[in-house]
Design a protein around this ligand. Structure first.
Ligand code: AMP
Length: 309
């Protein structure tokens, strides 16, 4: 079951109440691929980096089964750079720097060997670039999922609406859902977004879990209460990677299986925040993932006792 992942491969500089990172490897496609690689070994990456990007990190992705033939390397240019700062409330962050560099005129070229992909994950990128990827696939994948952010809602709303109407699953956070629809109620916001034609909507609520909607059903997944959230960068992408990786592994796109997928995504995100950048994801074992999924099951399991009158 091959999974095509498109998105930024980046350098990040992160400041949290726990400390500051140097320029470290990040990017949506990096987190998505690392997370999904725990569930499926057939991942094909499309992105672009500059000549300053470490070749050993590309090798590290390859060692985890990620095909990087679609990762363009522009030797004379610089990799996309993002800097962010978190305060005590880790659900919100300030973007300090966005240097598009190679991402500025990114043309997502798909190698011929990528044409057979069954699942497509469009990481946060310009909506026009996301829709270009869909149009360059000769056969529509079984499931297309996309992420986006407030930035595109502010400068490319029409393109964004068009791209959303082309995909099966949209993954955004609560703030973005409210900004997009101008509705405070997430239930009303979800109805408005689903009316655009996307079949399934995931609204992430940071440390308060995530909601999964389709036209007729809704499901809620909690986030694991964690003592110290060290660095939330990439948690959203790691969540998406866990979700789509699990769907690709199981091959089941029913709502019932998406409930399981959302728990797998939440479990992966809960690990991502434990250390700076991708560090925790790189150390993660299958045993740890199984254990955390068990903790999620325990978190929401309860009996209903019917009182005798
Ligand atoms: P998340 O915390 O899951 O929302 O994603 C964080 C990642 O998104 C970081 O590693 C950044 O490199 C990447 N990122 C931030 N802004 C952008 C942007 N405008 N386009 C693409 N990727 C971005």
């Amino acid at each position: 079951m091959s999974l095509l992942v498109v998105g930024s491969v980046a350098f990040d500089s992160i400041s949290t109440p726990f400390g500051n990172s140097d320029k470290i490897v990040g990017g949506a496609a990096t987190y998505i691929s690392l997370s999904a690689s725990n569930f499926t070994q057939n991942i094909k990456l499309v992105g672009v980096v500059g000549g300053d990007f470490p070749k050993d990190y590309i090798k590290l992705l390859q060692d985890r089964g990620v095909d990087t033939n679609g990762l363009q390397i522009k030797e004379s240019e610089k990799t996309f750079f993002w800097a962010g700062k978190y305060h005590n409330d880790m659900n919100h962050r300030d973007t300090l720097v966005t240097e598009l560099n190679v991402l500025g005129d990114f043309d997502p070229i798909l190698p011929e060997s990528y044409q057979d992909c069954e699942y497509l994950m469009l990481g946060n990128l310009a909506p026009k670039v996301q829709s270009t990827v869909i149009s360059r696939l000769a056969k529509r994948p079984k499931l297309i999922m996309m992420d986006t952010m407030n930035f595109w809602m502010e400068i490319a709303m029409d393109d964004l609406k068009e791209t959303i109407s082309m995909v099966d699953v949209l993954c955004i956070n609560d703030e973005e859902a409210r900004l997009f629809t101008k509705e405070y109620s997430l239930v009303k916001a979800a109805k408005q977004i689903l009316a655009l034609g996307v079949k399934t909507l995931i609204i992430k609520k940071g440390e308060h879990g995530a909601l999964l909607f389709n036209k007729d059903e809704v499901f809620f997944a909690p986030a694991l209460p964690i003592e110290d959230v060290f660095d939330p960068t990439g948690a959203g992408d790691t969540f998406a990677g866990g979700f789509i990786g699990y769907i690709a592994q199981t091959g089941d796109i029913s709502f019932a299986n998406m409930k399981r997928a959302i728990i797998h995504g939440s479990a992966m995100a809960s690990y991502c925040v434990e250390k700076f950048g991708t560090q925790r994801l790189l150390e993660l074992t299958d045993v740890e993932i199984e254990k955390r999924i068990g903790q999620f099951v325990d978190l929401v399991k309860f009996d209903v006792l019917v009182a005798k009158i």
